[in-house]
Ligand binder design. Structure first.
Ligand code: G1P
Length: 249
């Protein structure tokens, strides 16, 4: 069973400026909830009960958001607003442990994930990039968990992306493509459209074996001096199978 998830939320959010100047981008509202809550709910709904945020000290509002607020809850209940009391302290979070690990320097997604190693330990775990919001009948994470259960191998979500946008993603080279669960031969981070090995781009959900940490420690930083998760997955492929799951909406 997958019980732990890592959510990297330390990024500066430059793409969302000026909205993210004083408010972390993960706290920007989508309808009535902050963006990050969707990813947390997706994780909790598949049975995850330990959530590790890789964050930065400026993003204290994320911690405040997931902390139980007894004071407001009591006030709301007193004034008969029980539905709102439930909305601020959702029942589904009551058995979840939230951890916050500071990433001092922005050294890339791979480095962020490495910060979770001591909490994750030796079990397979989930990664959710909260910027990527997926709404579907069966959640994207559940689809990965099903694939993991089938193959006992790491599984990452992929989507078909057009040529004009493929350079923004990690892209897989499929080995065998018989169903929506695809054995991966190779993976490359943000290739030029012309070098992209397929149109299957990694979207922000992963179930990885804990062996990823060994690979994260051995890969070299990229030209921006960042440790890329994609490079560690590529290194992983030399020792074990990894599957792409063509996410079904
Ligand atoms: C990250 C990953 C990339 C993946 C993308 C999905 O990139 O490095 O492989 O395709 O998330 O959103 P970022 O968007 O953080 O630059």
């Amino acid at each position: 069973m997958i019980k732990k998830a890592v959510l990297p939320v330390a990024g500066l959010g430059t793409r969302f400026l000026p909205a993210s100047k004083a408010i972390p981008k993960e706290m920007l509202p989508i309808i009535d909830k902050p963006l990050v809550q969707y990813a947390v709910e997706e994780a909790v709904n598949v049975g995850i009960n330990e959530i590790v945020f890789i964050t930065s000290p400026e993003k204290f509002s994320i911690k405040n958001h997931f902390k139980k607020n007894k004071e407001i809850e009591t006030k709301l209940i007193k004034s008969g607003k029980n539905d709102l009391a439930m909305a601020i302290n959702p029942e589904i979070f009551s058995k979840v442990s939230f951890y916050y690990v500071n990433q001092k320097k922005q050294n890339g997604l791979g480095d962020a994930i490495l910060h979770a190693e001591s909490i994750i330990g030796n079990s397979p775990f989930a990664i959710l990039l909260p910027d990527d919001l997926f709404i579907s009948k069966k959640s994207c994470l559940q689809q990965l968990i099903d694939a993991y259960a089938l193959n006992k191998s790491s599984a990452i979500a992929v989507n078909v992306i057009d040529k004009n946008n493929i350079h923004k993603y990690g892209v897989i080279k499929p080995k065998e493509r018989t169903s929506e669960i695809i054995k991966i031969e190779d993976i490359i981070e943000k290739p030029n459209a012309i070098d992209a090995p397929s149109d299957l781009a990694v979207c922000g959900r992963y179930i990885l074996n804990s062996s990823i940490f060994k690979h994260l420690k051995s890969v070299k930083p990229d030209i921006s001096d960042e440790i890329q998760l994609t490079d560690a997955i590529k290194s992983m492929l030399s020792e074990e199978e990894v599957y792409g799951v063509l996410y079904d909406r």
